[in-house]
Design a protein around this ligand. Sequence first.
Ligand code: AMP
Length: 302
Amino acid sequence: MGILVVGSVALDTVKTPFGKVDEALGGSATYFSTGASYFTDVRVVAVVGQDFPEKHINFLKTKRVDLSGLSRVPGKTFRWEGFYDFDLNKANTLRTELNVFETFKPELPEQYRDSEIVFLANIDPELQKSVLGQVRNPRLVAADTMNFWIESKKPELLETLKLVDILTINDAETRELAGEPNLVKAARKILSMGPKTLIVKRGEYGVLMFNGGSIFSAPAYPLEAVFDPTGAGDTFAGGFMGYVASTMDWSDGNLRKALVMGSCMASFAVEDFSLGGISSLDYKEIETRFREFKKLSHFEDL
Ligand code: AMP
């Protein structure tokens, strides 16, 4: 079963201590769908402007990504500019230009409306809700967001969250959304806002999943070469949701495996700028890294 995703398709300008890219392919929907495409078919809902390079469309077409819901309209493509210092866990935003997203009113293609699995990637929460409202019978809805939306559209975000089963956000966003510095208390608060499962992304410290009463922790892969953390969160979500969609099993045990699959995909994403780390992976490489993850945190009982 495929996944429907709504999110940004962007041109990113990013500087890290290891280099810089100008107007490179980025966006939450782009990273998500590339990551998920190793496991399942993906249907994208997004918008780009006339200035969006055709080569990026051609790249996405090489993946299992259906672009019939990607509109091209007059105007400029969404742009994001940011930088990272040596602490690669923290993205510093210099500029967010919504451009064509400001007036985007998506109409889902008919063949998208029967999607059972939906991912509301990081974008305006009103847009997330309007896309979800056009899906007839969603069985599993997951979402992401960021401080930009928590600060500028909190009431709208809270409305969207009521419809979400699984929320994936980072630790700073967890604290900010809940208005609570303690992560465990913050998670409990967020689980009363709608989601049944909260996945907290903690950069190089790994991921924590609060699923009903259970808590699961997965490490991040200890990499020697990290070049650009941009898109790690979205690629994580792509691997996670892609695995869930390919198994159609959201029991706690399977969500744990999916969480490690997401972490695997994120570890590839940070090894290069833009989509470079995940553009042409072999499924064997993914399996090998998954098994390395298992070894990394396996220990015997007392
Ligand atoms: P992350 O996985 O959190 O590193 O996401 C990085 C991607 O999010 C970049 O490629 C940006 O284009 C995109 N992005 C940044 N700010 C926003 C925003 N306010 N809304 C939607 N997408 C964004």
